[in-house]
Design a protein around this ligand. Structure first.
Ligand SMILES: Nc1ncnc2c1ncn2[C@@H]1O[C@H](COP(=O)(O)OP(=O)(O)O)[C@@H](O)[C@H]1O
Ligand SMILES: [Mg+2]
Length: 511
């Protein structure tokens, strides 16, 4: 039902309006009751006290006829003055006297018919003794009042347990309890009950209800209009992002979204655009990678095919075949190296590569690498200068991959050294790390190229001329290995003066 942001917002707004309306109306109902009735309450309570005076007179004068008349007149006056019904109630709900305003005969009649058990009392019913006794039919009408302490009153607004329901408006009901000690020492307890209609309360309630309803309706309408505009503004950019995402999913990375709001949606659009740029980079890196790989594969394969064809069709004479076959073998080896390197790289990048950490002597590893490259060292008549802090230094690392790092660095150093050059290899101890370095005094690397050498397939223009066997993957793999060890590798180089690579390894203490 509430599938769109718009419908959700409208639903929330309407709920808020209803809740506010209900709260406001009930607050008002409570408030209006007390405001309108407060003056009246005091008036009729005073009237009750006034009747009480005559009641005492009546009791003091042994129920004389004059006193009876005075009491009845006091009650009638009150009824007339306050437009109310006045009852004098004795214990057990005995109705001693009933008076009411002349304008209220009709109501009084219906009230009276409900009040009494045994026919209607005459307006001149005797307060005590003699004549028939009348009884309030419903206990609720007097029970609470008799539970009050003497002189205490209770007020309520409403239909007084249904008695005044037919009138259609609320009544102010006041009951006050009195007690008089008679000459014989006994207590005479009675309640004066005064009921005044409050059409004013009803009127105020109705007119308030009407205007509150109008206000609620208007605010609901305004909320819906505002909600409509706002959710439009909110959902429009979301829809834009959605559209853009679909276009991008189809491989069109040139798509950007143009939202310049400064809220979360604007932020989302910014992040989205950033993501698209990154995706575009990944995509172009992927394309470049494929182009590089194909290029690297094609060059040796073309020459292999050329030589093999030449041998087969006799273009290459028999006595020169061996020389060309050796080239074919070298190229095959290069292809092999390339493919192995590519596989390794793929393993690194997919996170498949697992280091098997062990404690080993890195000085020993260095020696082994130098020895395995001795053919190339001698070819170029390079002098190797070793500086080791100690004869053996142990580290905690993956031995095979570290051997590969050192081998590759040495191999590069030899490759990019001059004839009769010098290579310094060092293993030094730090507080926590062992630093391994390989320095040469070869061609060096231009400053603007220093960053790029770590990239896959990167070979500097200069090195391309000197070295045709490289794949440009060596340093990229080296960096992957060192990163995987959570260690650091740095390069320092000056064009024409030489290059130093240095990396750290975790020291394994003890001999
Ligand atoms: N010791 C060095 N001296 C000068 N240039 C170097 C040295 N080591 C690496 N480079 C530069 O970095 C590039 C990338 O090296 P590498 O990733 O090992 O690839 P490759 O050895 O296959 O060329 C080299 O082509 C070269 O330009
Ligand atoms: Mg290399």
């Amino acid at each position: 039902m509430f599938k769109t942001i718009f419908s959700k917002q409208i639903a929330i707004l309407i709920v808020i309006v209803i809740v506010a309306f209900t709260a406001e109306t009930s607050m008002f109902f409570l408030f209006i009751n007390s405001v309108i009735s407060r003056d009246k309450e005091n008036d009729i309570e005073n009237a009750a006290d006034n009747i009480d005076i005559f009641m005492r007179l009546y009791l003091d004068n042994q129920s004389s006829r004059t006193a009876t008349n005075q009491l009845r007149m006091a009650m009638e006056r009150t009824g007339e003055l306050h437009e109310s019904i006045v009852m004098l109630i004795g214990e057990e709900g005995r109705l001693l006297l009933l008076a009411s305003s002349g304008s209220m005969r009709a109501t009084t009649a219906t009230v009276r018919s409900r009040l009494t058990l045994e026919g209607a009392p005459s307006d001149g019913a005797q307060p005590s003794g003699g004549g028939p006794s009348y009884q309030l039919s419903d206990e609720r009408l007097y029970q609470r009042a008799f539970q009050l302490t003497d002189g205490q009153s209770e007020k309520s607004i409403g239909d007084f347990f249904g008695i005044f329901r037919d009138t259609g408006y609320p009544w102010l009901n006041m009951q006050k309890k009195y007690s008089i000690t008679l000459a014989d020492g006994s207590d005479f307890v009675y309640v004066i009950s005064i009921h005044t209609p409050m059409p004013l309360v009803q009127d105020a309630r109705m007119s308030f209800l009407r205007s509150a309803l109008q206000a609620a309706l208007i605010s609901a309408l305004i909320s819906i209009v505002i909600g409509f505009i706002f959710s439009r503004r909110l959902t429009k950019p979301i829809r834009k992002i959605n559209e853009a995402a679909k276009v991008i999913a189809n491989g069109n990375f040139s798509e950007r979204i143009n939202i310049d709001s400064r809220d979360e949606i604007g932020e989302l659009a910014g992040t989205f655009n950033h993501m698209v740029v990154e995706l575009e980079n990944i995509e172009s890196a992927r394309r470049e990678f494929i182009a590089n790989v194909s290029h690297e594969l094609r060059t040796p394969m073309t020459s292999i095919k050329g030589f093999v064809d030449g041998i087969l069709d006799g273009t290459i004479p028999h006595e020169r075949q061996e020389r060309y076959l050796k080239i074919v073998r070298d190229e095959t080896e290069r292809l092999n190296r390339l493919v192995n390197n590519l596989l390794d790289m793929a393993r690194f990048e997919s996170g498949e590569y697992r280091l098997s950490m062990a404690r080993f002597d890195v000085v020993e590893t260095m020696r082994r690498c130098v020895i395995s490259l001795v053919r190339f060292i001698e070819e170029k008549n390079i002098r190797i200068v070793a500086s080791f802090d100690r004869e053996s230094m142990h580290v905690e690392a993956d031995q095979d991959s570290i051997e590969r790092v050192i081998y590759n660095l040495l191999h590069n150093a030899i490759k990019f050294s001059r004839q009769d050059g010098e290579i310094r290899v060092g293993v030094r101890e730090d507080r926590e790390a062992v630093r391994v370095s390989v320095s040469d005094d070869g061609i060096g690397i231009a400053e603007d190229e220093l960053k790029s050498i770590w990239e896959r397939f990167y070979k500097s223009d200069k090195s391309r001329g000197q070295d045709k066997t490289g794949t440009g993957l060596g340093l990229s793999i080296i960096r992957n290995i060192i990163n995987e060890h959570k260690q650091k590798i740095h390069v320092f180089s000056r064009l024409g003066e030489g290059t130093t690579f240095e990396f750290t390894l975790r020291r394994a203490d003890g001999p």
